[in-house]
Design a protein. Structure first.
Length: 76
């Protein structure tokens, strides 16, 4: 899957981001950063973060449907 959503368990913002991703037709892989110190250090204050794996570009929260659509369109 080209998209990964970095999140935490029981994070209501992460649930909102996932709903936006699904509504946009994406099926991202989900990575819980809670058990990984390196990921927590990188994403802890930024989650949820949607990452396009092939390009390495990331979209930090907060984002809405329009920002998500623009991000996806840029990644082709």
């Amino acid at each position: 899957m080209p998209f990964v959503l970095f999140q935490l368990e029981d994070c209501h913002l992460c649930e909102e981001a996932a709903a936006l991703a699904f509504a946009a037709g994406l099926a991202p892989a989900f990575v819980d950063i809670g058990d990984d110190d390196a990921l927590d250090a990188r994403y802890g204050v930024r989650i949820p973060v949607l990452r396009h794996e092939p390009s390495g570009r990331e979209l930090d929260w907060p984002f809405d449907a329009a920002a998500l659509a623009a991000f996806v369109a840029e990644e082709g």
